[in-house]
Write a protein that binds this ligand. Structure first.
Ligand SMILES: C[S@@+](CC[C@H](N)C(=O)[O-])C[C@H]1O[C@@H](n2cnc3c(N)ncnc32)[C@H](O)[C@@H]1O
Length: 283
């Protein structure tokens, strides 16, 4: 399908406006590869025709289809491993300790937000950590203090998959131990389905990070991993500024392994835990 320079520029501007994703000059193949099926499905013979349709009466439906096609939802349980070590050994125990020592003066659970949660492996990994923390505390295995995880994404398809909590063998084999698989998932046909004990800790919602999101409330930790990498610096700055405003004092921000706040925000202190660099809101 023909992709003129004008159509490429117009489409990447639309994508940036819709979800913040930046497509550099060398990303023509992405438009061809991911948007051509969308354009063909709606009867277009060229990308010029498609960009005209994208601004027409079917705009809302087509824009959703563009977001679904252009987002990359690569993820895995306990992805990169070491940030979850930091959560397991330092961050979650400290949040529980503070809550126990100070009592629940906030009137809310310990809240963790996975922003850009894709198909759910990240929030369910966190839910497993919380249960493992409870088991290690020697209690009856119930979660020691009230936790809640909010998992959001701009992709409706990713969220629908996350909500079903049903994963193929190759997905559960990426990151879960056999013990975790059998304790927290049940086999169902050729899938493994998240058990209710994890599911009840996680709420899923659609949130586009380039739109206002401060109504989501206050969080003790935010994971926004392997998401900011797709945005330009101005967008990263704006989003991290809003994360800062929504974190409780001493709250934590965890980014992906290839991401940092260098040149993006000076509002956080960086803290190293082993191989992980995490960020903390200072009061
Ligand atoms: C590579 S995945 C990362 C998933 C997970 N956080 C991880 O590290 O494994 C990136 C996710 O960011 C989401 N995303 C991209 N643009 C977004 C936006 N503007 N608002 C919210 N989510 C977005 C994509 O839909 C995708 O699910």
């Amino acid at each position: 399908m023909e992709l003129t320079r004008a159509a490429f520029d117009d489409l990447r501007r639309s994508i940036h406006r819709l979800c913040g994703i930046v497509l550099t000059d060398d990303k023509e193949y992405l438009i061809r590869h991911r948007l051509e099926p969308v354009a063909r499905r709606c009867g277009c013979r060229s990308f010029d025709e498609f960009r005209t349709k994208l601004a027409g009466s079917e705009a809302a439906r087509l824009q959703e289809a563009v977001i679904e096609a252009i987002t990359t939802r690569e993820t895995a349980f306990f992805r990169d491993h070491h940030p979850f070590q930091a959560l397991r050994q330092q961050i979650l125990p400290e949040l529980v300790r503070n809550r126990r020592n100070q009592g629940n003066t906030t009137g809310r659970p310990i809240r963790i937000w996975c922003a850009g949660a894709a198909t759910g492996q990240e929030p369910y990994s966190l839910a497993i950590l919380i249960h493992e923390l409870a088991a290690a505390s020697g209690a009856d295995g119930s979660v020691p203090v009230d936790f809640s995880i909010l998992a959001t994404d701009v992709s409706t398809e990713a969220l629908a998959a996350a909500k079903t909590g049903a994963y193929q063998r190759r997905q559960v084999e990426r990151g879960l131990t056999a013990g975790q698989l059998h304790k927290y998932f049940e086999p169902c046909g050729d899938r493994w389905v998240v058990r209710p004990m994890l599911r009840k800790l996680v709420e899923f919602r659609r949130v586009n990070l380039i739109q206002p999101f401060n109504s989501l409330g206050v969080f003790d930790a935010i994971l926004c991993r392997n998401v900011l990498i797709y945005f330009d610096e101005a967008t990263r700055r704006a989003i991290c500024g809003r994360f800062h405003a929504m974190l409780a004092d001493g709250g934590w921000l965890l980014l992906g392994s290839a991401e940092s706040l260098y040149g993006v925000s000076e509002q956080f202190a960086s803290v190293r835990f082993g191989d992980s660099l995490v960020y903390r809101k200072t009061s």
